[in-house]
Design a binder for this molecule. Structure first.
Ligand code: ATP
Length: 238
């Protein structure tokens, strides 16, 4: 059984068709990336997938069809989105933002939340140093770390990441991708949407290339990294 199977996903905003008939899957333990230029429909794919925008087509998560999906219901099942705009609570502390990531678990009276906070602080020592700081006063890279840390507090069984490298300096991007590599080694499946094709394909097992809302290529990440069409269009090499 696949972790995620998306079939014939179509997302429209009025007359604009942002995603057309897109099918892809994520298997257990895999990092899968969706790459493509600005406006290719990557964010719309994630929003349609979690029910934040209306979408046609089918989404199956761990064998279960999700016709009336919402981000809350999916996150209760372990499918957690880290949105592009991060959507942190700016006037709450780093630690409170992290704890809010475990809100549903807290409601279910689950144990292990404190231990997971320690786990997230081990992954991101920077967050521990700044645990009492307001989230809104953190740097862009730190906010991205916090957004990922908060998602981890929900104990994800599939993590969806929307452009974690956006607007960040190369050194910070490297740091964030190192963390994602660690999560991959822990066996957490990841669906990674990225414009930074080189970094994304370097981490991923498989990739899908989107252009103007349509799938134009798919394959093993290592093959895509060396495909002349990908090299020319996305990696800036000839
Ligand atoms: P980027 O990397 O720039 O975020 P993307 O690949 O994530 O690009 P989307 O944000 O999904 O692309 O956008 C796909 C298309 O849908 C674009 O043409 C965009 O202008 C359009 N679009 C996105 N959101 C809306 C909206 N709320 N209303 C109308 N059109 C939209």
């Amino acid at each position: 059984m696949s972790v995620l199977e998306v079939e014939h996903l179509t997302v429209r905003y009025g007359a604009v068709e942002a995603v057309r008939d897109l099918s892809f899957r994520v298997e257990e333990g895999e990092v899968v990336t969706l790459i493509g230029p600005n406006g290719a429909g990557k964010t719309s794919t994630l929003l349609g997938l979690v029910g934040l925008v209306a979408a046609r087509g089918s989404v199956r998560y761990r064998g279960q069809a999700q016709p009336h999906r919402t981000p809350e219901a999916l996150s209760a099942q372990g499918l957690v989105l880290v949105p592009e705009k991060r959507e942190l609570f700016a006037s709450l502390s780093v630690e409170d933002n992290l704890l809010l990531g475990a809100f549903q678990r807290h409601q279910r009276r689950e144990s292990g939340i404190r231990a997971d906070l320690e786990w997230v602080y081990t992954l991101f020592p920077r967050l521990l140093e700044r645990r009492t700081q307001f989230a809104g006063t953190m740097s862009g890279g730190e906010q991205q770390m916090l957004a990922i840390g908060r998602a981890l507090m929900a104990r994800p069984k599939l993590l969806l990441l929307d452009e974690p490298s956006l607007g960040l300096a190369p050194l910070i991007v490297r740091e964030i991708f190192d963390i994602l590599g660690g999560l991959k080694r822990e066996g957490i499946p990841i669906l990674l949407v990225e414009q930074n094709a080189r970094m994304a394909l370097g981490l991923a097992d498989r990739g899908y290339v989107l252009e103007a809302g349509e799938l134009v290529m798919e394959g093993r990440a290592q093959d895509l990294l060396h495909d002349p069409r990908v090299l020319e269009s996305y990696l800036g090499l000839r």
